[in-house]
Design a protein around this ligand. Structure first.
Ligand SMILES: *[C@@H]1O[C@H](CO)[C@@H](O)[C@H](O)[C@H]1NC(C)=O
Ligand SMILES: *[C@@H]1O[C@H](CO)[C@@H](O)[C@H](O)[C@H]1NC(C)=O
Ligand SMILES: *[C@@H]1O[C@H](CO)[C@@H](O)[C@H](O)[C@H]1NC(C)=O
Ligand SMILES: *[C@@H]1O[C@H](CO)[C@@H](O)[C@H](O)[C@H]1NC(C)=O
Ligand SMILES: *[C@@H]1O[C@H](CO)[C@@H](O)[C@H](O)[C@H]1NC(C)=O
Ligand SMILES: *[C@@H]1O[C@H](CO)[C@@H](O)[C@H](O)[C@H]1NC(C)=O
Ligand SMILES: *[C@@H]1O[C@H](CO)[C@@H](O)[C@H](O)[C@H]1NC(C)=O
Ligand SMILES: *[C@@H]1O[C@H](CO)[C@@H](O)[C@H](O)[C@H]1NC(C)=O
Ligand SMILES: *[C@@H]1O[C@H](CO)[C@@H](O)[C@H](O)[C@H]1NC(C)=O
Ligand SMILES: *[C@@H]1O[C@H](CO)[C@@H](O)[C@H](O)[C@H]1NC(C)=O
Ligand SMILES: *[C@@H]1O[C@H](CO)[C@@H](O)[C@H](O)[C@H]1NC(C)=O
Length: 816
């Protein structure tokens, strides 16, 4: 209270002195400041009290001192801002990202000079003031992300200058008023995530060159009017999650600049018009969950930039057009839940950028081609619930990037290829259930230490369930039911913790959880696999590989590379590789840093990657090798930008300076192993934590999400400054969704946010979760996943349980 009085006193004194300014605006500005006295905005301008034109966010017209522009965004303002309506000369008012509540002051309608009004990201409630009808000069009105209710007022038909009208994320109801269709300057209209109903106005777009129309998540019905394609200027059209019916208008082909077309979750009928092929800039096409039918038009193949094509859960029939394989940029092809038949086109399986292929729940009745792994970036291969015949080809082992393999409910025969064990990244699921597979379950699959879900139920598999499966350290869900397995159910989890339904239907399987005693339980247990595939040991091995004089590190971007070790498995490839080792054929190379040109020997760099001994670390996406340059180039401490690249065959190498202090993982964990009484260097750890946060914050600021935040990807320069690695493969955020543009890789085990399992989307908040794990790691010196934590407990859960453990301990001590 005392503080408040002092401020008022100062204000009063200055006011009476009467410095320069416009009387009305001065009193309005001082009234505003009094009202917002406790805010960061009022504090930021305290140093220069008298001249309101110099306050933060204020811009005045030169000689008149009339406030022309007021930007108070991002100040957590929560007070009464009504006095702003006295600033009669105001042309621009931005109050976005505050905590303003209650109705929007109707007196803002007095700001008749306003051209830009941004009240978005507040908590304004009640209806949009009809008094806004007086703001006839308004070109941009942004009321999105508030709690505004009621109908969009008809009175606002006077706002004829509007170019940008943003009303999304409110509780608006009723229909979109017809005046919106008559705005001749309208470029951007968004009203998604409201309760709007009725039809999209018939003439919307007839009079204006609409560029963005986003109305998703409403209750809109009727058909998509042709008018919105009239001028052909549309770039983004999002109508997802409404009740729209009728056809996709052929006029859509006029909009050759359209990049994003999302029509999913409506009631659209008919086929996609072949004019879709005229939209050369089309990047996203989503029309899942509609009633579309007919054959998939091959005209999609003309959309050379197409990155995502999602036609899931419609009534499409016929064969998958082989022409889709021409789409060099295609990353996701989702055609599940239709009535497609025939083969999986091999052309598709060679698509260089394809990362997700979901053809499940169709009537595909061909075989799985040997070329199944021709797409080097394939992460999701979803072929379940079809009528696929024949054997699973051994070449499946070449799908080294695969995270999920679904082949359940088909007519597959033969054995489970042991080559599946080469898919080291397999993580989400391996599902071969409901087929006609026979023979033993390959013990090699025990190497899949990231796999979470394994379902081989309903086949004719026989023999023991191998105890070597203990190596599958991430497994949570197993299903071996309805096969011909014999012997004892392995005595480790998750087998022991599974419900009986995971093992029923095998006549000669015994032990828990089946409650069938085994005759000779020792026999089946003998082969127990001595595992200790602890991360700590892996890290220790990496650590010992670090010596002092290596100079350049070479990052092999696995995207473009068939994994070396996997290749080596096949003898003829070994020979080929040795040939390469002698003479790598360099296709292209460059050094960006002028004064380093002389120092870099590309052949040495390429050859270094061919020896496993040179391997420093392996991330999810890349492997890092050391390469000693013949010139003996000295160390340096910059990393974020590579110093050069080499491309040979299908491998791309990025050259970085060497990181003399290794990774954060090594700093935290190796020292703990080597010293019994380890004292962490807290100031250093603190500055590393801050540095990583700054790096991550920068990435998010430029709308990039990192795909794999972990201490293994944080490198330390000679001054222990942290540098975030693997940025090369970070993904751009999709502005309309706030998630990585395409469902992407999970990241490293233990760092993955729990919701990832459901959303399969890497998000900026998900990155922050991973960063939180890094912080816990820095604080506790524990690994994100340790066996010592116990079954199914990761570092996060372990820290959560700390209070309980402490209580238990003190109870124990008291008793003792
Ligand atoms: C205060 O405003 C005057 C002009 O009115 C300006 O010359 C001076 O630099 C300002 N001081 C600060 C600290 O902003
Ligand atoms: C503002 O002052 C400048 C010269 O200082 C003058 O040329 C201009 O006409 C003045 N504008 C108004 C609106 O008074
Ligand atoms: C805000 O302040 C104005 C006077 O500036 C007053 O008329 C109005 O009632 C106040 N509104 C609220 C919600 O307190
Ligand atoms: C400002 O607007 C309010 C409400 O719309 C109105 O009652 C008031 O008379 C207006 N004040 C001036 C000065 O125009
Ligand atoms: C509000 O909408 C305008 C016009 O589209 C846009 O320029 C502005 O950035 C938006 N405001 C926010 C906070 O996103
Ligand atoms: C598509 O483009 C072709 C020429 O490339 C043109 O003949 C055809 O009329 C266009 N179709 C539509 C529907 O715009
Ligand atoms: C395809 O995408 C690239 C890169 O975004 C862009 O430069 C190009 O103009 C696009 N092509 C068309 C036809 O829009
Ligand atoms: C794959 O996509 C990238 C952009 O993500 C693009 O630069 C590249 O050309 C594409 N690959 C092919 C073979 O077209
Ligand atoms: C696949 O199914 C289609 C449509 O039912 C049928 O015409 C075709 O003969 C089948 N192909 C094979 C190889 O069974
Ligand atoms: C495996 O696939 C089958 C058929 O697609 C499905 O019914 C089953 O639920 C899947 N198993 C798991 C564990 O998801
Ligand atoms: C295992 O699969 C069978 C069907 O094959 C299913 O009925 C059972 O619920 C599954 N068990 C678990 C634990 O998922």
């Amino acid at each position: 209270m005392a503080f408040l009085c002092k401020v008022l006193f100062v204000v009063a004194v200055l006011y009476s002195v009467g410095v320069v300014g416009h009387e009305d605006d001065r009193s309005a500005m001082f009234a505003l400041k009094r009202e917002l006295v406790l805010s960061s905005w009022a504090a930021s301008s305290a140093a220069n009290d008298s001249n309101y034109c110099s306050w933060a966010g204020v811009l005045c017209t030169p000689n008149t001192s009339l406030v022309e522009s007021l930007d108070l965004s991002h100040h957590q303002l929560g007070g009464n801002v009504t006095s702003i309506s006295m600033l009669k000369g105001l042309k621009m008012l931005d109050l976005s990202y505050n905590n303003l509540q209650g109705p929007i002051p109707p007196s803002f309608g007095n700001l008749t000079q306003l051209q830009v009004l941004d009240l978005s990201f507040n908590k304004f409630s009640s209806s949009i003031p009809p008094a806004f009808a007086a703001l006839t000069k308004l070109t941009s009105l942004n009321l999105s992300s508030n709690s505004l209710s009621d109908r969009i007022p008809d009175e606002l038909h006077t706002l004829k200058e509007l170019e940008y009208l943003q009303l999304s994320g409110n509780n608006l109801v009723g229909s979109i008023p017809s005046w919106v269709a008559k705005l001749t300057n309208l470029k951007v209209f968004t009203a998604y995530e409201n309760g709007l109903s009725g039809r999209i106005p018939e003439n919307l777009g007839s009079f204006s060159q609409l560029e963005v129309l986003n109305l998703h998540s409403n209750q809109l019905e009727g058909s998509i009017p042709d008018s919105i394609f009239h001028f052909g200027k549309l770039e983004i059209l999002v109508l997802t999650l409404n009740k729209l019916n009728g056809n996709v208008p052929a006029a859509v082909g006029n909009c050759i600049g359209l990049s994003s077309l999302r029509l999913g979750n409506n009631r659209l009928i008919g086929n996609v018009p072949s004019s879709i092929g005229n939209i050369s800039s089309l990047t996203y096409f989503e029309a899942d969950y509609n009633h579309l039918s007919g054959e998939i038009v091959k005209d999609f193949a003309r959309c050379a930039n197409l990155t995502l094509l999602n036609l899931a859960f419609n009534g499409f029939t016929g064969v998958i057009p082989a022409e889709l394989g021409e789409l060099m940029n295609l990353q996701e092809l989702i055609l599940c839940g239709n009535s497609l038949y025939g083969d999986i086109p091999t052309s598709l399986l060679k698509s260089k950028n394809l990362s997700k292929l979901d053809l499940s729940n169709n009537r595909l009745n061909g075989t799985i081609p040997k070329e199944v792994c021709g797409a080097p970036r394939l992460q999701f291969l979803i072929l379940g619930q079809n009528s696929l015949r024949g054997e699973i080809p051994h070449e499946i082992g070449n799908c080294v990037k695969l995270l999920e393999l679904q082949m359940g409910s088909n007519y597959l025969t033969g054995t489970i290829p042991s080559e599946i064990s080469q898919i080291k990244n397999l993580q989400v699921a391996l599902n071969l259930s409901f087929n006609h597979l026979r023979g033993p379950f390959p013990v090699e699959l025990g190497k899949l230490d990231k796999l979470v879900s394994l379902d081989v139920s309903n086949n004719q598999l026989s023999g023991n369930i191998p105890s070597g499966l203990r190596g599958m350290m991430s497994l949570i869900e197993v299903n071996f039911s309805h096969n011909l397995f014999t012997g004892q159910v392995p005595i480790f989890s998750p087998f022991q913790k599974s419900p009986t339904s995971s093992f029923v239907g095998n006549k000669e399987l015994c032990g828990e959880p089946l409650r069938v005693a085994c005759a000779n339980s020792l026999a089946s247990n003998r082969g127990a696999y001595h595992h200790k595939v602890s991360y700590r040991i892996i890290l220790a091995v990496i650590g010992s590989g670090l010596t002092v004089f290596i100079v350049v590190t070479v990052v092999v971007v696995l995207f473009m590379m068939r994994e070396r070790q996997e290749k080596a498995a096949e003898a003829k490839d070994v020979i080929e590789e040795e040939k390469n080792a002698l003479q790598p054929v360099i296709i292209a190379s460059n050094v960006f840093v002028e004064n380093l040109r002389q120092e870099i020997d590309f052949e040495v760099a390429v050859k270094a990657t061919m020896k496993d001994a040179n391997k420093l670390t392996t991330g999810t996406f890349s492997t890092i090798y050391k390469a000693v340059m013949p010139s003996g180039l000295a160390s340096h401490d910059c990393l974020l930008s590579p110093i050069g690249f080499v491309i040979y065959e299908d491998v791309a190498l990025l050259l970085h300076h060497y990181f003399p202090n290794g990774t954060l993982a090594q700093l935290i964990h190796d020292s703990v192993i080597s010293k019994a009484e380890y004292e962490p260097d807290w100031p250093r750890r603190y500055s590393i934590a801050v540095g990583v946060a700054e790096g991550l914050s920068f990435l998010h600021h430029v709308a990039i999400v990192h795909l794999d935040i972990s201490t293994v990807n944080i490198f330390l320069d000679s001054a222990f400054k942290p540098l975030i690695g693997e940025i090369e493969i970070s993904k751009l955020l999709d502005p309309s969704k706030g998630t990585a543009s395409i469902s992407a890789v999970a990241g490293s085990f233990g760092y993955i946010p729990p919701e990832y399992a459901y959303t399969m989307q890497v998000t900026a908040p998900g990155n922050v979760y991973s960063y939180g794990v890094v912080l816990l790691e820095i604080l506790t010196s524990r690994l994100p996943v340790e066996e010592a934590f116990g079954e199914g407990i990761d570092l996060v859960k372990w820290v959560h349980c700390a209070p309980t453990r402490e209580k238990d301990r003190s109870k124990y001590l008291m008793r003792g």
